[in-house]
Design a protein. Structure first.
Length: 286
């Protein structure tokens, strides 16, 4: 009888442990589902149906609510429950989270967008890693992948090599950044003409030289940037520092005062996403 009771108790204990493990697994899965929607295995290859999902749950759903609202996320989740392979829905879940500084959460969703449509969203993820989440090594990998798979192109008004150069600046690889930006500026001049070089490429080329203590060259590139953007306070800030290093103190002081005035008036890096994230080497003027 004692053996029989022991066997019963052992079975009961094993069953209890099983129930506890099952409960914990269920609880964990429930928590995860609150972060990342459970993917529906049903995928529609009907583009008309996919477009109707986007219209109903994004255009007429999420977009009717505040960008950072729970309703925005909930409407998109409804569409993903019908077809979880619509990359655009994943990107639209990620985008407001990045703008709120919730990078890890946003990246979970953006990875899904890249998984289902890499041609559309890989370059965007690379940009977000460079400017928002500051994952510079990973951003370089993504941009290099874009170049290998799809060729050189542009995202958010700048070339892949521009962003790779910016990443290298942030990793203290100044000479590599300089080479990339020299080539990029030459490409712009060849394609668009001498008068259509982007001032930010020139600014960062100035920074690459500034960091290598090549102050004469840095000043030259800052001046070129200022030719395209006359009140560019950030270029006006680094230029007088370079002048001081060369002993040109009087000239430096005058330009520095102009930089402060222009910076306080908002003449800083004017990229659209600078509203949400400070760009590398951008000053805080207020």
């Amino acid at each position: 009888m004692i053996l029989a009771n022991s066997s019963v108790n052992l079975v009961a204990m094993k069953y209890t442990i099983f129930l506890i493990v099952l409960f914990l697994l269920y609880a964990c899965s429930d928590d995860i589902s609150k972060v990342v929607p459970v993917e529906n295995q049903v995928t529609s290859n009907n583009q008309t149906l996919r477009d109707s999902i986007i219209k109903k749950y994004l255009e007429d759903g999420a977009w009717k609510h505040r960008l950072y609202s729970n309703e925005w996320q909930e409407e998109i989740d409804k569409g993903l429950k019908i077809d979880s392979t619509i990359a655009y829905l994943w990107q639209q879940k990620a985008m407001p989270l990045f703008k709120q500084g919730k990078y890890q959460l946003g990246m979970n969703y953006l990875d899904k967008a890249v998984q289902y449509d890499p041609k559309e969203w890989l370059e965007y993820r690379a940009f977000m890693k460079c400017i928002f989440s500051k994952d510079y090594l990973e951003a370089i990998v993504d941009f290099q992948n874009c170049k290998q798979r799809y060729g050189m192109s542009y995202v958010m008004d700048h070339s892949y090599d521009f962003y790779i150069a910016v990443c290298n600046l942030q990793l203290n690889n100044y000479s590599e950044a300089e080479k990339l930006l020299i080539d990029e500026i030459a490409r712009q001049k060849e394609m668009l003409g001498e008068l259509n070089v982007h001032h930010l490429d020139l600014f960062y080329l100035g920074i690459a030289n500034f960091e290598q203590r090549k102050y004469e060259q840095a000043i030259m590139y800052f001046e070129e940037a200022l030719n395209f953007y006359n009140n560019f306070a950030d270029a006006q800030y680094y230029k007088p520092i370079s002048l001081k290093e060369l002993g040109r103190n009087q000239e430096s002081d005058k330009i520095f005062k102009e930089a402060v005035a222009n910076g306080k008036n908002g003449y800083t890096i004017n990229e659209d996403n600078a509203l949400y994230e400070r760009y590398p080497y951008q000053l805080r003027w207020k």
